[in-house]
Design a protein around this ligand. Structure first.
Ligand code: F6R
Length: 609
């Protein structure tokens, strides 16, 4: 995920672009760059690092010109280096281009362009687009862009300037957001509304496969065949502060709602119609994968809960024994690691000190380290032998939501990939597993559509001071995660337990003042047992809120309150069950008048031991 801003104006644009791109830093921050068109030539300045650091090095605001582009990058293809930072240029430096998205056929296009004599200076898929446009350019810039985009498979939003056409800025999109801002004697393009809200509140939303020709006093939109489209201009009513949250009241809620898109982004480029391929990221030969005898997962907090679910997935599908360790305990335990042990570190921030220390300990013992990390270029990513990025985009709310579900998705992809390579999963089953994960974004959307139902339940329970969360099998870690979310943002004391363990102690706490949240989704393993556990609670006067499978008519006979989620495979059921529990915690925090984005005593990245 990257941030794009462009501007064509009557005034110097560099400082305005700089302010605008800072508003999109949440979309990516491993490098930043700017192109400005002045007196017939394009100047580009760019470097790795956060926007403020790069600006203090390259001094963006001294760039002259009344049109320009800026980009903040979240690397996908090509490492976070200065050369891979955007904007990218054609060989004559007459075209500058910024891009967000993934060009899936970039290898083929690159080979074709190299044969034609094009020289590439970066490892990015983006550079392919600019040379491709150059190869079609015969004087009509819009036409050249259309022809190039027709050759591209994948997703893109682009902004482009050409020194031969100083009066236009071109923008286009497919499966990646881009808007046009309509100002007075100046117009804009941006990945997201907050970037331009201090300059204009009037926007046009570009649709897939549309190209905009933006001038100082007009903006026309065309389809890829050059037919003009009439577009509506929308008035944005959000305040600047609200716009950063894309209209949501809190980052936590925005991030909960981003999950369908985040999951699509996490699987994009990794799954085919019937297969999963992580070979370029995992960099292990088939023989090495077959040789994995044991997996140790190290992580903290919510990431540790993802690890517990990963244990179920891996043992069940890839048939490799797994141990899940708190990273903080692992390093002080003198763990026994063999060469055939794969250590998997899970961390949203990639900077958690305990997890970092755990992988350093494992490295000393010569184990191979694979990390599942959200922040590109973070310390854990850099110190690992292999990295699988979760591609959730920056998570700003302190309580982890979208990073957690994207960790589950990556664990699932990794499991199926390893299982297919080591022969534990046969081709037919891989096909079914791919079909199941493809359903998840749509299924999460349907849960989110019923968020107000969860809010009603929150209203019934927000005054309680304790809660118990129960689950079994692969959904036991969801009970832990649901309880953690509630305590983090609402400060209600909550405990997660395996449902059957309840009778060995916590049952003593059950009465009408102790709400019991039970993950009771249907499966052919523990569902019936969970129903018995629910009845044990009811027999002691407890109040039960159950997360149930849509269409289940049995559970509701025993429980007081029902929340429904769609059916998917047992292995993917935690992804769906976690969503209403995130919403439940969020609404309870609001009702108790707490800011869910900034829970007391917590930090987003825990860099101390
Ligand atoms: C809970 C939460 C924390 C983190 C933990 C590990 O909502 O966010 O429990 O999961 O501090 O952080 P990372 O994943 O960055 O290593």
């Amino acid at each position: 995920m990257c941030g794009i801003v462009g501007m064509i104006s009557y005034r110097k644009v560099s400082s305005l672009l700089l302010e605008a791109i800072k508003k999109l830093e949440y979309r990516g921050y491993d490098s930043v760059g700017m192109a400005c068109l002045h007196e017939g030539s394009l100047e580009i300045r760019k470097d790795i690092g956060k926007i403020a650091d790069v600006d203090s090095k390259v001094d963006f605001t001294s760039m002259e010109g009344t049109s320009g582009l800026a980009h903040s990058r979240w690397s996908t293809h090509g490492a976070a280096t200065k050369i891979n930072a955007h904007p990218h240029s054609n060989m004559e430096k007459s075209i500058s281009l910024v891009h967000n998205g993934i060009i899936e056929n970039h290898h083929e296009l690159r080979e074709m362009l190299v044969k034609k004599g094009y020289q590439f200076s970066s490892q990015t898929d983006t550079e392919v687009i600019v040379h491709l446009i150059d190869s079609y350019y015969r004087g009509d810039l819009r036409e050249a862009v259309s022809l190039a985009l027709k050759k591209i498979d994948g997703s893109y939003s682009i902004g482009l300037l050409c020194s031969q056409h100083p009066d236009i800025l071109i923008a286009a999109r497919k499966d990646s957001p881009l808007i046009i801002g309509i100002g007075k004697k100046e117009n804009f393009i941006a990945s997201d509304v907050p970037a331009i809200l201090s300059y204009t509140k009037k926007v046009i939303y570009l649709e897939n496969e549309e190209i905009a020709v933006v001038k100082r006093d007009s903006a026309q939109v065309f389809d890829l065949d050059g037919k003009e489209r009439k577009k509506e201009v929308h008035m944005i009513k959000w305040s600047t502060e609200k716009a950063e949250k894309r209209g949501y009241d809190h980052f936590m809620l925005k991030e909960i709602y981003e999950q369908p898109d985040v999951i699509s982004e996490t699987v994009e480029g990794r799954i085919g119609d019937e297969s999963i391929d992580l070979s370029s990221e995992m960099k292990m030969s088939a023989a090495d994968i077959k040789g994995i005898k044991r997996i140790i997962i190290v992580a903290c907090g919510t990431s540790w809960h993802a690890g517990l679910i990963g244990e179920f997935m891996i043992e069940e599908l890839a048939k490799i024994p797994v141990e899940v360790e708190y990273a903080s305990e692992f390093r002080y335990r003198d763990p026994i690691l063999e060469r055939e042990t794969l250590v998997v570190a899970i961390s949203q921030s990639g900077e958690t000190a305990d997890t970092l220390a755990a992988i350093r300990e494992a490295k000393k013992k010569k184990a191979k380290i694979l990390s599942i990390v959200n922040v590109v270029g973070s310390s854990i990513a850099r110190e690992s032998d292999m990295v699988l990025y979760t591609k959730a985009g920056p998570e700003i709310g302190v309580a982890s939501t979208k990073a957690f579900t994207s960790q589950l998705v990556v664990l699932y992809l990794m499991t199926v990939y390893i299982g297919a390579v080591n022969g534990s999963i046969v081709t037919d089953q891989v096909k079914n597993r791919v079909r199941d994960i493809r359903l998840i974004p749509m299924q999460i959307r349907s849960i989110l559509e019923e968020a107000d139902h969860v809010e009603l339940h929150a209203k019934k329970f927000f005054t309680k001071e304790n809660a118990l969360y129960l689950g079994r099998g692969i959904n036991y870690p969801i009970a832990l995660e649901g309880a953690l979310k509630l305590k983090e943002v609402s400060y209600i004391h909550a405990e997660g337990y395996p449902a059957a363990e309840m009778k060995h102690g916590p049952i003593a706490l059950i009465d009408k003042n102790m709400p019991v949240v039970v993950v009771a989704t249907q499966d052919n393993r523990t569902y019936k047992k969970v129903l018995s556990n629910i009845q044990e609670v009811k027999a002691r006067g407890g109040v039960v809120i159950a997360i149930e499978t849509k269409g289940d008519t049995e559970t509701k006979k025993y429980v007081d309150h029902n929340i429904y989620v769609p059916k998917n495979s047992y292995i993917l059921s935690p992804l769906l069950a976690s969503i209403p529990l995130q919403l439940f915690a969020y609404y309870i925090a609001l009702l108790r008048k707490h800011d869910p984005d900034m829970p007391k005593n917590l930090a987003k990245s825990v860099t101390v031991e």
